[in-house]
Design a protein around this ligand. Structure first.
Ligand SMILES: Nc1ncnc2c1ncn2[C@@H]1O[C@H](COP(=O)(O)OP(=O)(O)OP(=O)(O)O)[C@@H](O)[C@H]1O
Ligand SMILES: [Mg+2]
Length: 218
């Protein structure tokens, strides 16, 4: 279980998050909100890339700041901004990320094949990332986030740039954590499409709507 406890974050005078408390239990959660609502800020705080000004994040009742590397080892994160090395091939980038995640050399080929298949990138795996389209880069970021089957997967705007076929594939495809929280964000402009059909026990957050439901329903 992941908890945000009274989390606030300001950028100079700009309040990005204002005393946010949330609990994410097993399942998939979508963060819906307009541009600038604070979704990426929240995800950066959840993933430990940004420190809150107030409050803390707890994983299984422990402050993530005290968990350090143990927390990073259970976390998969695809950021909104695509900071990728253009000269690497997709496969080399994934190998690099696999090494950082502590995946053994023996397991690596099988794991790379699994995540590449999940995002339908087997054929492009040996091309340079610089030659990828925006959607292909996005799929590579999703592939590295699900590598090693992390307990907690955080995807920031994962479907931005994906064509409709790949959106459906990502939602229905394998590779997601089945018994743990998963969080992804989406701009409010897609709200009607992505909110259809699912219940929302968690709709209580400043300026962003938050909803929980089965993976296939989001
Ligand atoms: N590094 C920064 N420096 C200053 N202000 C920032 C910074 N990052 C975010 N902000 C501001 O904080 C607010 C929240 O930004 P954030 O990126 O978290 O929103 P978001 O919900 O992810 O938006 P989007 O849908 O556009 O991705 C915005 O007003 C933004 O301008
Ligand atoms: Mg964002």
């Amino acid at each position: 279980m992941l908890k945000l406890c009274d989390v606030s974050k300001k950028y100079k005078e700009k309040n990005a998050l204002n005393h946010v408390s949330l609990t994410f239990r097993t399942g998939i959660y979508g963060l819906l909100g307009p541009n600038g609502a604070g979704k990426s800020t929240m995800m950066n705080i959840i993933t430990g890339n940004l420190l809150p000004d107030n409050g803390y994040v707890a994983w299984k009742e422990k402050d993530i700041r005290t968990l350090g590397a143990d927390y990073r080892s259970i976390l998969g994160y695809a950021p909104q901004q695509q900071g990728l090395y253009d000269s690497f091939t997709g496969r080399r980038f994934l190998s690099y990320m696999a090494a950082l995640k502590g995946i053994s050399k023996k397991e690596m080929p099988g794991e790379l094949a699994r995540v590449l298949a999940c995002v339908n990138m087997e054929e492009a795996a040996d091309q340079a990332i610089g030659a990828y389209s925006g959607g292909m880069k996005q799929r590579l970021l999703i592939a590295q986030a699900i590598m090693g089957s992390p307990e907690l997967i955080v995807l920031d705007e994962p479907t931005a740039g994906l064509d409709p076929k790949e959106r459906v594939r990502k939602y229905k495809g394998p590779g997601r954590g089945q018994n743990n929280p998963g969080i992804h964000s989406r701009g409010i402009r897609h709200r009607a499409h992505c909110r259809r059909n699912y219940h929302d026990p968690l709709r209580k957050h400043h300026r962003s709507g938050h909803s929980g439901g089965a993976y296939g329903q989001i």
